[in-house]
Design a protein around this ligand. Sequence first.
Ligand SMILES: [Fe+2]
Ligand SMILES: [Fe+2]
Length: 472
Amino acid sequence: MISADRIPNNVDLSGNKRLQRALEHWQPKYLQWWRDMGPQGFQDYHQVYVRTAVSVDPEGWAHFEYVKLPEYRWGIFLADPVKDRRIGFGDFMGKPVWQEVPGEFRNQLRRLIVTQGDTEPASVEQQRWLGQRCPSLYDLRNLFQVNVEEGRHLWAMVYLLHSYFGRDGRDEAEELLDRQSGNRDKPRILDAFNEPIDNWLDFFMFTMFTDRDGKSQLMSLSESSLDPLSRTTRFMLTEEAHHMFVGETGISRILERTCQLMRDAGFSEDVRRVGGIDLPTIQKHLNQWFSLSLDLHGGEVSSNAASYFANGLKGRAKEETFDDHLVRDAIYHMEFFENGRPVAKEVLMRNAMNEVLRDWYVGDCAAGVERWNRILERYGVSQRLRLPDRKFNRGIGMYSSFRFDPDGRPLTEEEWQRRKSEWLPTGKDSEYLLSIMASPVYERGKFANYIAPPRRGINQQPVDFEYVRTEQ
Ligand SMILES: [Fe+2]
Ligand SMILES: [Fe+2]
């Protein structure tokens, strides 16, 4: 039964019978999906100390309690409306924002919402086995927090589909539960969401880099002229911040432990021999998830992106910080690759909107890598992590038909095949990672050997708090 208690919301669900019925019809399918495709082995006998949003004000959105995962209260929240909000960019700039979907943009908006929505359950599916290899109860709880919130983000998109897109929207909502990450016949829409995540190094890199793509997409959607989409995504961003915290601090803690192991061994020993994760392996996983996440921003030159911008459907991250919001004849200088060498060309800025967002994203990632490097510095380790060149290992866009090394130098196919195992994780690397994660750590306050404990616990609880408890 859908009620404000069961589905916390600020969209007057009980006052909208049609929507309520639609969601009541969808909810059992969602719960079935959560059981089948959500965290495996943690559905019935575990209580998890999670945060549940029960309202959008500062106190309400972080309400902590123990829940069984299938009983999590997935809510529907829009950030508070901005009074007299106007369209902030594109050809309709200055007009009042839309409270309904304009007929001529229906298909484009639906595609944007479905593409965003598809990533949310996909990541839950990718991560469903991780609980069985967790490095601590603290990390287990963080994994489940990310999972339930991705589930809530799916609810947010399904709310929009059901509310504003009629029959098509209802069909799309069903298909969001039908596609499956990595499934050969019905894969998830975007490639990075079909890659398996079976070890915690991948999980932390994913939440660092791929959830950060989520952040740039949500920031650009929060500029949208469709006000309900803007308000939904604005609230999602508050939760997304925690996902990136999990990724960034997860890698920080691995680095810290790696440095300790290196130091204890007099900086000479192979860290793997003492059960740690060596820096080259960390760098390879960084290369992998950064390049996959660059692809998520789409092709460099894109007429779709231009028309999303022109129509006010999707803006730039922090649109208000730009001077020119019309961008009629502004130019973007882009590096093309022709006849084996880079060529600078001018592109209409509107057609380069994917690249503009990617620029923002790369900057945000670079700042994170800087913070990681400070840990290496603190321990007197001379190696540094770095972002590979954006041409490296691309599957989408104009660089995808060529090969480059992490410095962006072109390679022949033969050189690439010979050397790619220096830059990207190999079967041996994942075998090693699985071997050190084979036995999960479920003991309070204990941490796997390859990762340092966090500085502090969640919601001011101690680090050795029982973040996940088991009923017998
Ligand atoms: Fe999300
Ligand atoms: Fe996320």
